[in-house]
Design a protein around this ligand. Structure first.
Ligand code: NAP
Length: 472
């Protein structure tokens, strides 16, 4: 039996067994996670809950079966001038996929994370390239998946977890002829290198790379008022998880003036009050310090207030820098992601300059707009420009904290991802791992269950253009 032919119900049971095993082993898993990542136990437990929640959500998707989007157009033999054949279409799994675990989410975006859960749900075997920064966590989680596979009678090879240092292993996996697609979360350099390998294969395959973002935040005049509390909320968002989130707000824009000065100073003060935090690895903290220093050495960039809690090793404190709109526009380097607790504030000379900057931004996972409803409604051009640059636009909120649900979109125009049409968070993440297959005049006995007249799975389908769960 091959995994793609296993029923949705059985795949659901497999995913639920993984979630249950992770819960059984949670004490050990949290221990190795915290030791390896430097992240606190509270975060580890929260992330484990998110991971088991994702697994169960994808189990429900597999069990319901309607994700195949069955479309049936029955034959019209008497149609003139030519008869219509019987055509039936549904989504089918692509085949084995390779998942590159993310360094910053050892549970939720790694071995048993959203990429793995979404691929297993729709019948794709998974090979995980473990992230070297949490090799032990990856190994322990991988064993839970293997245990669940045995327990639920899954075919051998449904899941593998491979480790190796250096790029050779990842390159080989992307080049392997059996690999049909790749999911990646990490740096732009790594994502682009793997996307190139995928595109240059004899038979090219999609590499869905999520490569981060600076998540611009536009602060309209009313939101600068200290009583709104945005400086405090944003200080927390910038420093959450030592700033190691792809939705970390790295760029905050507004129109220059006294209110703007006061707002950015308040933001820096709030950030300065927060304790230094441990990054995933001393090397990452070093990279953070180096890039922050490079930003601060650019023309017109000034430190608004260095944190009082700066520390050495893997510990870093948050920081805020400021620059004028003119200097920002002149310098593409300032659009780079500084992975860590850092944000650049941009003082635009007027609304036109703010709009020009938004139009010139690279593709982003998110953007946020702070202000009163009437104020936002009065800026249709700004709204339109932001919508063109992002996958998710937030109104009066902070971008960190990504809900896992059907309506979530965690993707964005290049270079945030390699393909803005897809998401790596939420139930629609499965769309990366499937392709449509149309069957024309297929004998009834050869039809998959999803396309049979009797609708044995009881799924939602369109039959001659009408949504129904009825049989034909
Ligand atoms: P990374 O260096 O891109 O590595 C991610 C994964 O890809 C690792 O398993 C790595 O393993 C592999 N890899 C990287 N380059 C490769 C290549 N050329 N060929 C084959 N495999 C390759 O990302 P990271 O280690 O997570 O963090 C480094 C930086 O990425 C951070 O400082 C940050 O700037 C960014 N980052 C962004 C996000 C985000 O949310 N977008 C998340 C985490 C990190 P090997 O090294 O073993 O090959």
């Amino acid at each position: 039996v091959t995994y793609k032919n296993i029923s949705g119900k059985a795949r659901g049971a497999f995913l639920r067994a993984i979630a249950a095993r992770l819960e059984e082993r949670s004490e050990d898993l949290v221990q190795v996670y915290t030791l390896e990542s430097g992240l606190p136990a509270g975060r580890a437990k929260g992330e484990l809950g998110r991971t088991t929640g994702q697994l169960r959500a994808f189990a429900a998707l597999a069990e319901s079966g309607s994700w195949v989007e069955a479309r049936i157009d029955t034959a019209l033999p008497d149609r003139k001038p030519v008869p219509r054949p019987d055509i039936r279409k549904c989504l089918v799994p692509l085949g084995p996929v390779v998942v590159f675990g993310a360094s910053n989410f050892p549970f939720a975006f790694s071995t048993a994370g959203g990429d793995t859960a979404s691929a297993l749900a729709v019948g794709c075997p998974v090979v995980v390239k473990g992230h070297p920064l949490h090799a032990g966590t990856g190994e322990a989680v991988g064993r839970c998946i293997q245990h669940a596979a045995r327990e639920t009678g899954m075919p051998a090879g449904v899941f593998s977890h491979l480790q190796g240092s250096g790029n050779a292993l990842g390159e080989k996996l992307v080049k392997h002829p059996a690999t049909r697609a790749v999911g990646f979360t990490g740096s732009q350099k790594g994502g682009l290198a793997l996307a190139r390998i995928g595109a240059e294969r004899t038979e090219p395959i999609p590499v869905f790379a999520e490569m981060g973002s600076i998540n611009p935040v536009v602060v309209l005049p009313s939101a600068l008022d200290p009583s709104r509390g945005w400086a405090t909320a944003y200080a927390q968002s910038v420093t959450l998880g030592a700033g190691q989130f792809c939705t970390n707000p790295g760029l905050i824009l507004g129109v220059a003036g006294e209110a703007w000065e006061n707002f950015t100073t308040a933001l820096a003060i709030e950030i300065g009050k927060l304790p230094a935090a441990c990054m995933l690895h001393p090397g990452m903290a070093e990279a953070f310090r180096a890039l922050r220093a490079e930003f601060l050495s650019q023309t017109g960039v000034r430190s608004i207030k260095g944190t009082e809690n700066e520390a050495s090793g893997a510990l870093v404190g948050g920081a805020v820098a400021g620059v004028s709109g003119e200097d920002f526009r002149q310098n593409p380097l300032l659009q780079r992601e500084v992975f860590g607790p850092f944000t650049l504030t941009v003082a635009c000379k007027d609304k036109n300059e703010l709009l020009d900057i938004i139009k010139g931004l690279e593709g982003q996972l998110t953007a946020s707009l702070l202000g009163e409803e009437a104020e936002i409604e009065a800026e249709p051009e700004l709204l339109e420009a932001l919508q063109g640059r992002v996958g998710r636009l937030l109104f009066n909120g902070v971008p960190t904290g990504v809900e896992v649900c059907s309506s979530m979109h965690h993707g964005g125009p290049f270079p945030a991802t390699t393909d803005a049409r897809f998401t790596s968070v939420g139930l629609d993440a499965f769309r990366r791992w499937v392709k449509p297959l149309a069957l024309q005049n297929a004998p009834a006995t050869l039809l998959p269950d999803a396309l049979r007249d009797e609708n044995p799975l009881g799924i939602w389908r369109t039959v001659n253009g009408e949504w129904t769960r009825d049989s034909i």
